[in-house]
Design a protein around this ligand. Structure first.
Ligand code: AMP
Length: 421
């Protein structure tokens, strides 16, 4: 029979990689907690129209990439392709706005998009992200960007990362800009791809996202959104730039950065990495002051970002920040059936004290258990045989130094504390 294989664009996270994932998750948790962000976990699937309405029918995600099916009762369901819409749905449904004047939330988990798989682009991938609901002020934008920067820093990949920011204005500003952009593009429209021509009709700003060099050249002299900013938009952007300078976070203003999703207003930003190759976006985000209302909630401003965990890990690997595999402190070797319950008990006590302890569950010979302890790079072993059971003792071996000592079973915790202090 043919062996089963994982589905194209999905990956196993194997034991020699999961430690790195946990380390990244821990950094995310620590930094988010430092800024007062609590974790939120939402379901893996949602009603399809949450995404078509929230993210936008015209976006790549909704128009081509969603895993959607009709459930037995006729409801259309979708594996989540992004998390902001889900978090906003939960914010409204659970009335989180009434619990805190600003809801500061972070999340992590798998997402699903039917994209063409390549390095750094998968069909099931993972993101962590943050969302802050309740403040329309630029200091909230600065806080969100500072969290992203803090995490990049702690992961050792900030040196190769660059921040691009833009302000795509409030809706008022975009009405004028859309018109001007369309007027500029119209004479060249036949030189644009089918996709861009489609966007021209439905969401002209997204044409600025084009990857085609030919289109980029035409767009070089296109009108820029900052010329259409309202006074309020410009002020917001100026404040944000000042805050970023004060925080020592360098950035480039990129007036072509619009980001792929429909819900953004004012600030948008992206961190890219020079060590990632073609898929160089590490994380992206922006302000979405209209999203909560559009999804049926009260008018609530919000801003957040989402980061690709696989890409973070690739960047961390390339930046030589090596995370070591878990190595046991103690390998507990029990070579007598009668000693097994004592070995389980003592091992658990040691674990409670913070030691990583492995107990053999194969009832192997002392020689093969010792071999295993060495293979796992364990620092110490404890040996419990017939004689030790009778005497209430244990044999302690320091595998790094090759020394050995007999200790009393009742003294084992103190012994290890003295040893490691
Ligand atoms: P987005 O939700 O499209 O703004 O993406 C945010 C981040 O998620 C990107 O900057 C990438 O790091 C990551 N990302 C997006 N799509 C994929 C994918 N198909 N595979 C792996 N990472 C992805």
């Amino acid at each position: 029979m043919n062996q089963f294989r994982s589905v194209k664009g999905t990956h196993d996270i194997l034991p020699n990689e999961s430690k790195k994932w946990q380390e990244l998750e821990l950094v995310v948790q620590e930094i988010c907690n430092q800024y007062g962000y609590n974790e939120i976990r939402t379901p893996i699937f949602e009603n399809t129209n949450l995404f078509s309405r929230g993210v936008g029918e015209e976006t790549d995600i909704v128009s081509k990439e969603m895993y959607t099916w009709t459930d037995k009762d006729g409801t259309s369901l979708t594996l989540r392709p992004e998390l902001t819409a889900s978090v906003a749905r939960s914010f409204i449904q659970n009335n989180l706005g009434s619990q805190a004047i600003i809801q500061r939330l972070y999340y992590k988990g798998p997402l699903f998009r039917r994209e063409r798989p390549q390095k750094g682009r998968q069909r099931q991938f993972h993101q962590f992200g943050v969302e802050a609901f309740g403040s329309e002020n630029p200091e909230q934008d600065a806080e969100i960007i500072a969290i992203a920067w803090g995490i990049l820093n702690r992961c050792g990949i900030s040196e190769n990362a660059s921040l691009n920011i833009n302000n795509i204005g409030s809706e008022k500003c975009r009405i004028g800009y859309r018109k001007a952009l369309k007027n500029y593009i119209l004479p060249y429209i036949n030189d644009f791809s089918k996709t861009s021509q489609h966007r021209f009709k439905n969401n002209p700003l997204r044409i600025l996202d084009t990857k085609s060099e030919k289109e980029q050249i035409i767009l070089k002299d296109a009108p820029v959104i900052s010329d259409f900013h309202t006074i309020e938009d410009s002020k917001h952007f100026d404040y944000l730039k000042n805050y970023l300078n004060a925080l020592n976070i360098s950035f480039t203003v990129n007036d072509k950065l619009v980001r792929g999703l429909d819900y953004y207003t004012k600030t948008v930003f992206e961190f890219n990495s020079t060590i990632l190759g073609a898929q160089d976006a590490l994380l992206g985000g922006g302000r979405y002051d209209g999203l909560v209302k559009m999804l049926g909630g009260k008018q609530t401003p919000g801003i957040g970002f989402a980061a690709g965990m696989e890409r973070f890990l690739i960047a961390m690997d390339k930046s030589k920040k090596q995370v070591k595999m878990l190595t046991p402190d103690i390998y507990f070797i029990c070579i007598d059936l009668e000693g097994l319950s004592a070995s389980l008990k003592i091992s658990n006590e040691l674990r409670k004290e913070g030691f990583i302890v492995i107990t053999d569950t194969l009832r192997r010979s002392m020689k093969s258990q010792l071999r295993e302890a060495n293979k796992l790079n364990s620092k110490y072993t404890i040996i419990l045989g017939k004689r030790e059971i009778d005497n209430g003792t244990l044999i302690f071996k320091n595998l790094e130094r090759g020394t050995q000592k007999t200790i009393s079973q009742t003294e084992v915790i103190n012994f290890f504390h003295d040893l490691t202090n």
